[in-house]
Design a protein around this ligand. Structure first.
Ligand code: CP
Length: 303
């Protein structure tokens, strides 16, 4: 693996997380900095994206870099049968950095082993989404003023939702986190992540409903049921409407509580929540630009 790649959130230390938070705050104050002048970044999206691709590309342009790549692999030679190995070998000859999203778990790690330049994982199947986690952490620190002692409710598709897997691992390095997992049994948090918390002695609680305990939350992190990961459409139909957060449910929450969602949302947050000051998900998506500027400059050693 290229030593500077970011494939799993665990590739970064607590020190790295805090440095990214500090840099993101600097980029929020001053987003246009010519640090990527003369550099080319490849943006390879083998799976659809709005926020991750466009916020990475905005970050690169604000840093004065140039972009090559594709947003739809059907326009690449993958359709002719070219392997991921050969695609990455080629592109790493052209670019200084590769940002890649791919539907297969482990594909980003494999790409980083083949590439001669750093690879940033922009989401690999149901596995990891480390740059989303860093922008989630930036959103938590901005709204709560801390990353320690956070009581976080992770709600929805905890089985296939890669963002919750990365976020759980990242918050585990801070003091005294409490995780409340709210999911139907079919979409519960995978055993390996619960074992991970057990080994660290970190508290977590599993629920199928959360209205009775909602007043305890510092962060409610809603997720979409990941239709594209289901092999059986009937199974998706059973769980697709399992949680719908409505404004009236927020009456007994802490005023400082904020609602996050990596987006896209389907129906799991009712639009009547959008005008509630506790709704933070659109600002969270904007934080993605500053956080990704921070990640790119950190990985390339420019900051
Ligand atoms: N949060 C997120 O990954 O969104 P996109 O799928 O639109 O990139």
């Amino acid at each position: 693996m290229h030593k500077s790649s970011l494939i799993s959130i665990t590739d970064f230390s607590k020190h790295d997380y805090l440095k990214i938070m500090k840099l993101a705050a600097e980029f929020e104050q001053n987003p246009n900095q010519n640090l990527l002048n003369g550099k080319v970044v490849a943006s390879l999206f083998f799976e659809p994206s709005t926020r991750t691709r466009l916020s990475f590309e905005t970050a690169i342009l604000r840093l004065g870099g140039r972009i090559i790549g594709f947003s739809d692999s059907s326009s690449s030679s993958v359709t002719k049968g070219e392997t991921l190995h050969d695609t990455i070998k080629m592109v790493s000859n052209y670019a200084d950095l590769i940002v890649m999203r791919h539907p297969l778990e482990g594909s980003a790690r494999y790409a980083s082993q083949v590439s001669s330049v750093p690879v940033i994982n922009a989401g690999d199947g149901a596995n990891q989404h480390p740059t989303q986690t860093l922008l989630d952490m930036y959103s938590i620190i901005k709204t709560q003023g801390r990353l320690d002692n956070i009581n976080i409710f992770l709600v929805g598709d905890l089985k296939y939702g890669r963002t919750v897997h990365s976020l759980l691992q990242a918050l585990s390095v801070f003091e005294n986190p409490i995780f409340n997992f709210i999911a139907p049994p079919e979409l519960s948090m995978p055993v390996e992540y619960k074992k991970f918390l057990d080994q660290k002695g970190i508290r977590y609680f599993e629920h199928t409903e959360f209205t009775d305990i909602i007043s305890e939350a510092d962060i409610i992190y809603m997720t979409r049921v990941q239709k594209e990961r289901f092999t059986d459409p009937i199974e998706y139909e059973k769980v697709k409407n399992v949680y719908i957060l409505k404004n009236k449910m927020l009456a007994n929450t802490k005023p400082s509580m904020r609602i996050l969602h990596p987006l896209p949302r389907i129906n799991e947050i009712h639009t009547d929540v959008d005008s509630n000051p506790q709704a933070y998900y659109f600002k969270q998506a904007l934080n993605g630009v500053f956080t990704r500027e921070a990640i790119i400059t950190h990985i390339l050693g420019l900051k």
